[in-house]
Design a protein. Structure first.
Length: 217
C-alpha cells in the first residue's frame, strides 16, 4: 500500500468517525481566535477556553487589550503557561493591529506572520478557521500522526505540511486538520496506540507489530 492509498483510507475513516467537526478553541470573532491560538502554545485547548470564557465577554477587540496594558493582561491569563511572554505578544500585536490594520486581523499569511508571537502554525489556524482559506496547520500531534500513518518522513513540520498538502485535496484541508487532531486525542494517542492498535494504523499497516518511533516537531 502506497502513501496515496493510505491517504484515501485515512480520509474515509476520519469522515466516518467525524462527519461534523467543531473548532476546539472558543472565540467571539477572528481577533479572539487569534488570541486563543496564541495562548494555546504549550497549553491545552481546555485550559485556554477556561481562561478566556471570562475574558472575551468584556475584551474582544485590539483596542480593549491596548487599554488593558501588559500587566493587566498578565493577570487575566496567569493560569496559562509562559503567560508573561504571551501577554507581551498580545499587547504588542493589539497595538500593531490598531496602527497598521485599522484594528482588523489581516487576511494574508505574510501580514499575520509579521505580528508579535504569530508563527506560521498560528497564522494557518487563523486563515483556516477564521477566514475559511485553505490551510493545513501542523501541530505536534499532526506531525506525530503523519509519521505513524506513513504520510511523511518526519524531518520537520515544514516538510510534513508540504507532504500532507500534496496527498490530500485542497478542499479537505480545513476540515481534515481538525479531524486528525480529534482522532489523535481519542484513538491514536501518543502513549496509547503507538501505531499498532487504532483503526487507521491497523488498516494501513495490518502487519505492523512493533511500536513506531516518531520524531518531534
Amino acid at each position: 500500500m502506497n502513501e496515496i492509498q493510505r491517504a484515501r483510507i485515512i480520509v474515509k475513516i476520519l469522515d466516518k468517525t467525524y462527519p461534523k467537526i467543531s473548532v476546539p478553541l472558543r472565540s467571539k470573532n477572528v481577533f479572539t481566535l487569534l488570541i486563543s491560538v496564541l495562548l494555546s502554545a504549550q497549553c491545552t485547548d481546555v485550559n485556554v477556553n477556561n481562561v478566556t470564557k471570562s475574558i472575551y465577554p468584556k475584551y474582544y477587540k485590539p483596542i480593549h487589550f491596548k487599554k488593558l496594558g501588559r500587566k493587566k493582561i498578565e493577570s487575566l491569563i496567569k493560569k496559562i503557561g509562559i503567560f508573561r511572554i504571551k501577554a507581551k505578544s498580545i499587547y504588542n500585536l493589539s497595538k500593531l493591529l490598531i496602527k497598521n490594520h485599522n484594528g482588523k486581523v489581516p487576511k494574508t499569511f505574510e501580514e499575520l506572520e509579521k505580528l508579535p508571537g504569530v508563527g506560521h502554525k498560528t497564522a494557518s489556524v487563523v486563515m483556516s478557521q477564521g477566514f475559511g482559506h485553505p490551510a493545513f496547520p501542523i501541530d505536534t500531534h499532526i506531525h506525530r500522526l503523519a509519521q505513524r500513518w506513513g504520510l511523511t518522513n518526519g524531518k520537520n513540520v515544514i516538510q510534513t505540511e508540504k507532504d500532507l498538502k500534496r496527498l490530500f485535496p485542497k478542499n479537505k484541508w480545513n476540515k481534515l486538520h481538525l479531524q486528525i487532531i480529534y482522532y489523535g486525542r481519542e484513538f491514536c494517542k501518543a502513549r496509547g496506540c503507538f501505531g499498532i492498535t487504532c483503526k487507521i494504523c491497523t488498516t494501513c499497516y495490518p502487519g505492523r507489530k512493533k511500536p513506531i518511533k516518531t520524531s518531534k516537531a
